[in-house]
Design a protein around this ligand. Structure first.
Ligand SMILES: Nc1ncnc2c1ncn2[C@@H]1O[C@H](COP(=O)(O)OP(=O)(O)OP(=O)(O)O)[C@@H](O)[C@H]1O
Length: 482
């Protein structure tokens, strides 16, 4: 009786979210070519073509009882908070059908998510390791660290980090599966029901039955080793992972560095899997250390190209002219074609129905340039003091768009292409000022935090501003000037 009541409660929650358009309900009729690509603890995952244009991942659940419904709600809530990170699988909405029996009426919910076409990291490494350079390996490690940093900064512990949950899409890391994730405060000192995969589980936590941020760091260390070696940890063809292995790990067993691994990199993962959790670095320290190594060795950061160009603009004081129409003129018809199609589609859609748009590589570069120029312009007007720290209106930025590119176009492109720090910042800025959308301080603050944690200077300025005036977050003078 109680069980049914709980199930209904969760279902009502989901239904209400859909009816209020917090989550989009995807219609079954637009899905085709559905194929099972994996099975997890709670259900199966399918790849499905949507409107014959792109693939989505559909996550199903074995039994739709109270536990599963709670699991879905839990995952939806977590996904809601971490929507905008490029290294985290995006959640798009919900569908309601049975992928294995499409003619039957089904009350089962499916989660509609971003599809990672290269699948789990462990498969990717198996197939591609020999072609990877240290540049690629560093980038994978860096992107993974950025994803975990996004979670930890949101107060979320993943608790199940292993190379089956870390996915790869077009050489970009996409962290998935928050089934086990918990808010930091609610997970500390609570007993974990699942140990996960032995080599990745913090040996300390298996002793005290708790998994916390430091346990994630332990798993990150093992994953870094895996990225550097291309091997599964403690892998032996003839043996399966067992409790003896867990015991040996808890007594100090660790993998040997793979040949030719840079010393700095070995140091990072060795610290991560230190038996004493307090001696492990935080995820933000790891991000910083990787960034330093990558900058020193001239490795370009896939996530971070905007920071470099942003710095160069500042230091060289480029003659950036806001009324210069170069940016727009350089955007050839193909991008305009894609844009106008997107806009047409948007006109028919509610913004909740937005789906990611795959721009061609070249057009993605052009979009990045527009976004980058816009951010530089914003920086410039702030530097000139045109915009007071307590911004009241968005006239300057709108003037800029009028001369260059329609703000509606850029807003829609931003929504669907959150692929670099400037895009994340700018989407935050649109939400902050209410350009092409209603003012949403919380969303703006979250986006600023996201970009600022990854080193975006202007985002850091706005995070400080939000703390100073208490927009999208609680007022905090200390954090404002940090
Ligand atoms: N978004 C996705 N894109 C592509 N493949 C995916 C995606 N999500 C999951 N998969 C595939 O489906 C498999 C099962 O995923 P799922 O998240 O259900 O479970 P799991 O993480 O393997 O296990 P558990 O839920 O028990 O931790 C993954 O190992 C992966 O191969």
């Amino acid at each position: 009786m109680q069980k049914t009541k709980n199930t209904n409660e969760w279902i009502n929650w989901i239904e209400e979210c859909v009816s209020k358009e917090y989550y989009r309900l995807y219609e079954q009729k637009h899905f085709s070519n559905i194929q099972n690509v994996g099975t997890g603890g709670f259900g199966k995952v399918y790849r499905a073509s949507w409107k014959n244009s792109q693939y989505f991942a559909l996550k199903s659940f074995f039994n739709f009882d109270g536990v599963t419904a709670k699991e879905i709600v839990h995952e939806l809530k977590l996904q809601r908070d971490i929507q905008f990170h490029n290294n985290i699988i995006k959640f798009y909405g919900i569908a309601k059908f049975d992928p294995e029996n499409q003619n039957s009426q089904s009350n089962n919910y499916l989660l509609v998510m971003e599809y990672a076409e290269s699948g789990p990291l462990k498969n990717y490494l198996k197939e591609n390791f020999n072609n990877l350079t240290w540049n690629d390996k560093y980038n994978f490690a860096y992107q993974l660290a950025c994803a975990v940093s996004c979670l930890h900064n949101e107060g979320i512990v993943h608790r199940d980090l292993h190379s089956g949950n870390v996915l790869v899409h077009r050489n970009i890391i996409k962290l998935s599966d928050f089934g086990l994730s918990k808010r930091i405060e609610s997970s500390s000192n609570t007993q974990s029901k699942l140990f996960g995969i032995i080599p990745y589980v913090d040996p300390n936590s298996t002793q005290i039955f708790s998994l916390n941020e430091k346990s994630d760091i332990y798993s990150v260390g093992v994953l870094f080793w895996e990225i550097s070696s291309g091997q599964l940890p403690y892998y032996s063809k003839s043996e399966q992972y067992d409790i003896d292995l867990a015991l040996e790990i808890s007594q100090g067993l660790r993998e040997e560095p793979a040949p030719n691994t840079p010393k700095d990199y070995v140091e990072i993962y060795t610290e991560c899997w230190n038996g004493e959790p307090d001696k492990r670095p935080t995820i933000n320290q790891i991000v910083e250390r990787l960034k330093t190594i990558m900058t020193k060795t001239n490795i370009s950061m896939e996530n971070d190209q905007t920071i470099l160009s942003f710095h160069s603009t500042l230091t060289e004081e480029l003659n950036f002219n806001p009324t210069n129409t170069d940016t727009l003129l350089n955007v050839d018809n193909s991008l305009h074609g894609e844009m106008s199609q997107i806009i047409q589609n948007f006109d028919k859609m509610n913004t909740r129905e937005i789906v990611p748009t795959s721009l061609t590589n070249e057009n993605e570069k052009k979009l990045n340039k527009i976004v980058n120029d816009t951010v530089n312009y914003t920086f410039k007007i702030i530097n000139e003091g045109k915009e007071s720290t307590h911004i009241k209106n968005n006239k300057d930025i709108l003037d800029y768009f009028d001369n260059n590119i329609n703000s509606q176009e850029i807003y829609y492109l931003l929504l669907t292409n959150q692929n670099n720090l400037d895009s994340i910042f700018l989407l935050g800025y649109f939400n902050y000022l209410g350009i092409e959308t209603v003012e949403d301080d919380k969303k703006a603050f979250d986006l600023f935090i996201d970009a600022s944690e990854q080193g975006h200077i202007l985002a850091q300025f706005y995070v400080g501003l939000c703390y100073e005036i208490g927009r999208g977050t609680v007022k905090d003078e200390k954090l404002a000037f940090k």
